[in-house]
Design a protein around this ligand. Sequence first.
Ligand code: FCB
Length: 452
Amino acid sequence: MNAISPFPDDFLWGASTAAYQIEGAAEADGRGPSIWDTFSATPGRTFEGHTGAVACDHYHRWREDFQIAADLGLKAYRMSVSWARLQPRGRGDLNPAAVAFYREQLADLRAKGIRSAVTLYHWDLPQVLEDEGGWPERATAEAFADYAARTAAALGDLVDEWIPINEAWCAAFLGYHVGVHAPGRQDRTAALRAAHHLNVGHGLAVAAIRNAVPGAKVGSAVIMTDVEPASDSATDREAARLADGGGNRLFLDPLFKGSYPEDMLRHFAPTGAFDAVRPGDMETIAAPLDFVGVNHYHRFVIEADPSDEHLKGRALPPSGPVTSFDWEIRPDSLRRVLERLSADYTDLPVYITESGASFDDAVGADGTVDDADRVDYLDGYMKAAGRAIEKGVNLRGYFVWSLLDNFEWAEGYAKRFGLVRVDYETQRRTLKRSAEWYRDVIATGGESLSWN
Ligand code: FCB
């Protein structure tokens, strides 16, 4: 324990990235197409048609990026491995070039004393599996288990923390219901089935990893949203309950309680989607974990909206300060979701596996970026994380999203979340002020945050 800072000495100060958002090299060394290659190459799907074909060219520049991570003093780095690179056809033997690539990366992190947290699925489903039906089909969860088993066997000696799936909610609902993410389908029943199969895929992967790597540490990366009713009226409260159910409880309950929330099963009963649940699934999903990872970005204030077919509500526009994504800046929501996780679900060690903000960074004449808004954002959210620790939350780490500016999905390169600026013309990396600031936070164990 430090003098002012509530963060323990072994707190994992980290940063996160994801394969499709940074690697580029979409056709290198036998990589196969993923749903994000297809989606982003489809006119009208992403901002100005941006794709991850080149991205930050991290595939070729990762040594420089990892040196930056080391220079910042990162204790941990969360990355994802690309399913389409490791299994270009979605099944079968791993691509040796991809295994060699990730082994080199992981060995370098270890040599630098940086712990690795590896996500197996950060949304880049091999296109061939989507062609067979994608996540709405159970076969995709089974293929995922096979991929997890092979990848764990191939990389397990070098990985410190495993995370099977990133934000099942986004993969299911943004991908199959809203359709703003790959594969861009708009079918609610398919999305609900996808949600179940992503949950099953998580559970199957936990077992596969443990089987391949005795003693492996396995967790999650669940997106948690802070949900509040717009008023005290019964209808707003009911709408907020459904929003919380569809966004948070549909994923947290199966992980930690081994069941879907009764109210949500009732609400979704007319879709028949949960007929996909087979005997034994809930036990599979609830396989014991070693830690829980939480990604947090949002509070939603929910007002009843009977015309909304999905959850009978809608989120009010944010009233206070926002990021360039129009996402509300409200650090106390992070504290609230962390306390709720502890109160309602688990006393496992918790990592914030993603937290960060996009701003329209201005580049100075000398190439520097004085991103005071990002510094303020992170300062506020890190102090809120500290307050959660003081309230008894077993928080062990904080991974900033993101180490680098990168391909922000449907928003392409228009939204910048990095501690490090990437000039996409030259691929030049420049530490923003937030990176320098974070280096001090890490070096002082959080004492340099603006506690007063
Ligand atoms: C999360 C994603 C991550 C990034 C951030 C801004 O939902 O997991 O890849 O896009 O949002």
